[in-house]
Design a protein around this ligand. Structure first.
Ligand SMILES: [Zn+2]
Length: 290
């Protein structure tokens, strides 16, 4: 069944766990995520990042996400990830998304507040939730696709982290339903072991009292996930390491094949889907099982 972000994070608040939010820019990933969620009876967020329009247009994937979400036996939220302009957010609303992230975190603070407020107004009038972002979630290289401030080390990163008092002001003025915060996680591949300021999560939670979102989830240890969830993370964005696992399974499958003239594409798709499912099951057990 379809639910919005406010509803799905409320389930997580009550249960003291987090909802996995998986980017799924193809049918194999979508099916792997939904079947994992149904198998474990975990609510889940299917998300399409605006930047993934280059892989599959939102108009193509949205009806599939929504249809699979409606038919699923667990609560499913269909979410736009990193909507960076008003038009894309309105497009997601028209397509039937139940939640959108509007990311103006790269803009000066007052601009972020005003622009986010405008998106919240439109979304809330349709019963759709909004995730905002404050602080700069970073990346170790520009190729990660989801954006973020490029950094080389953790010493130079802490000034990009979310400030708890500013977060309180941001949430009060924008009425967002969830907030993506920066505390050391990074989009894409981690070039070094993450150094996370987990205490900051609890400080922000105390000031804002809304569900907090971790971006750059794949690549973080199980123990760090558990501590982040304990401190108030209720949505975990997850993609890169799951996608890498899918690709590695395909490479192993192709390497093993002796009859290279008789490899059919569906074998590749099925191999990737099985590996992605295995990865998602492991992640979901940490996020949503007590
Ligand atoms: Zn992100």
């Amino acid at each position: 069944m379809l639910v919005n972000l406010k509803e799905i994070t409320q389930i997580a608040e009550q249960g003291g766990f987090a909802i996995g939010a998986f980017n799924a820019p193809n049918l194999e990933t979508l099916m792997a995520v939904i079947s994992s969620a149904e198998e474990l009876n975990c609510p889940v967020i299917l998300q399409h990042a605006q930047v993934h329009n280059a892989l599959i247009p939102i108009e193509t994937i949205a009806p599939i996400m929504l249809d699979l979400g409606k038919k699923a036996s667990v609560p499913i939220c269909v979410h736009l990830d990193h909507g960076t302009d008003y038009e894309e957010c309105m497009k997601a609303l028209r397509l039937g998304f139940t939640s959108i992230m509007f990311d103006a975190s790269g803009a000066p603070y007052e601009e972020n507040v005003l622009k986010t407020k405008e998106v919240v107004k439109a979304a809330h009038s349709m019963g759709v939730s909004v995730e905002g972002e404050l602080g700069h979630i970073f990346s170790f290289d520009a190729g990660s696709g989801e954006g973020g401030k490029i950094i080389n080390d953790y010493q130079s990163a802490s000034d990009s982290y979310t400030d708890p008092d500013t977060a309180k002001d941001f949430v009060e003025r924008t009425s967002v339903d969830a907030l993506a915060i920066a505390f050391g996680t990074a989009h894409g591949i981690y070039k070094m072991k993450p150094v996370l300021d987990l205490n900051r999560i609890a400080l922000i939670k105390e000031k804002t009292n809304i569900p907090l979102v971790m971006h750059g989830g794949s690549g973080v240890s199980d123990d760090e996930f558990r501590r982040a969830i304990k401190n108030g993370i209720r949505k975990i964005n997850y993609y890169t390491y799951m996608a890498v696992d899918g690709a590695n399974a395909v490479i192993r499958f192709l390497d093993k094949k002796t009859d290279k003239d008789n490899i059919q594409y569906h074998d590749i798709a099925i191999t990737a889907q099985a590996a992605i499912k295995e990865h998602v099951l492991k992640a979901m057990k940490v996020f949503c099982m007590k």
